[in-house]
Design a protein around this ligand. Structure first.
Ligand code: NAD
Length: 257
């Protein structure tokens, strides 16, 4: 039995991942705002510390896997919070748990990014100053150029930065024997997507767009990939981003990969 921490374990992709891992006999330590082994708010420093310490307590400092799913969608009004959870909170958790993963057996981590991570280039990412200085009070102003769509701007920028953060850790984590990859879902049927689809700014785009596989993904289809990436069959897979989007990326950007 291995011990795996899952953030965002109370809903959607995180809940499906926790279920799949438990069904396979693993021990899961769930982290979420509520209904979790470790209740914690990843938007703020204290909550991030509580999340890391709560997991370390329960795993005695030795962790075999981590799946970071917690996140907010582009519809959330507090745009700073979108980047605080999706980027800053997620990076704090993966870095905070890295020492425990180093002590794990064939340890691996999977970070849930998004196809939105490809919607802008790192060179154009408005969050770089906030990231370099660690000053999260800069986020709201940095994404204000998005106007009515600043939530989407904060979402895409946060996910872009998250995928970059994972790829930049490939050397150190690989040398430490801990694999680290991202999955980039397209539209997946979860409460997050339902809330975004109800938002007047984003609803039409979500309802009107059909992927080559003409449906939304199911949370368990993302969980299945996350579990493959955690497991021994993925032993040489590291620093990579896996798109799970029914073919949208291939449709929109056939020459970019
Ligand atoms: P969801 O809303 O069903 O689950 C997200 C979970 O994160 C919730 O349980 C929520 O409580 C938790 N969370 C939110 N803010 C938190 C905070 N401050 N601290 C701790 N936990 C917090 O959504 P989902 O669709 O399952 O999303 C999971 C991940 O997948 C997110 O990172 C999201 O960006 C990503 N994603 C989703 C889609 C999609 O279409 N559903 C597409 C691409 C990427």
């Amino acid at each position: 039995i291995s011990t795996v921490a899952v953030t965002g374990s109370a809903s959607g992709i995180g809940a499906a991942t926790a279920t799949r891992l438990r069904d396979a006999g693993h021990r899961v330590i769930g982290v979420d705002l509520r209904s979790a082994d470790v209740p914690a708010d990843l938007a703020a420093t204290e909550g991030r510390t509580a999340a890391v310490e709560g997991v370390l307590d329960r795993c005695d400092g030795v962790l075999d896997g981590l799946v970071a799913c917690a996140g907010l969608g582009p519809h959330v009004d507090d745009v700073a919070r979108i980047a605080q959870v999706n980027y800053f909170g997620t990076v704090a958790v993966i870095d905070g748990l890295f020492p425990a993963l180093r002590k794990g057996t064939a340890a691996a981590a999977v970070v849930v990014s998004s196809v939105a991570s490809t919607h802008l280039k790192w060179e154009e990412n408005p969050l770089t100053e906030a990231i370099e200085t660690g000053d999260e009070s800069l986020i709201a102003e940095a994404v204000a150029a998005g106007g009515d769509y600043r939530g989407q701007f904060a979402y895409a920028a946060g996910k872009n930065a998250l995928t970059v953060a994972v790829r930049r850790r490939a050397a150190e984590w690989g040398a430490a024997g801990v694999r680290l990859n991202t999955v980039a879902p397209g539209s997946v049927d979860t409460p997050l997507l339902a809330a975004t689809a109800e938002d007047p700014r984003y609803g039409e785009a979500i309802r009107g767009f059909t992927a080559p596989i003409p449906r939304h993904g199911r949370p368990d289809e993302i969980a299945a990939l996350a579990c493959y990436l955690l497991g021994p069959d993925a032993g040489f897979v590291h620093g990579a981003q896996f798109v799970v989007d029914g073919g949208i990326d291939a449709l929109l950007r056939p020459t970019v990969f």
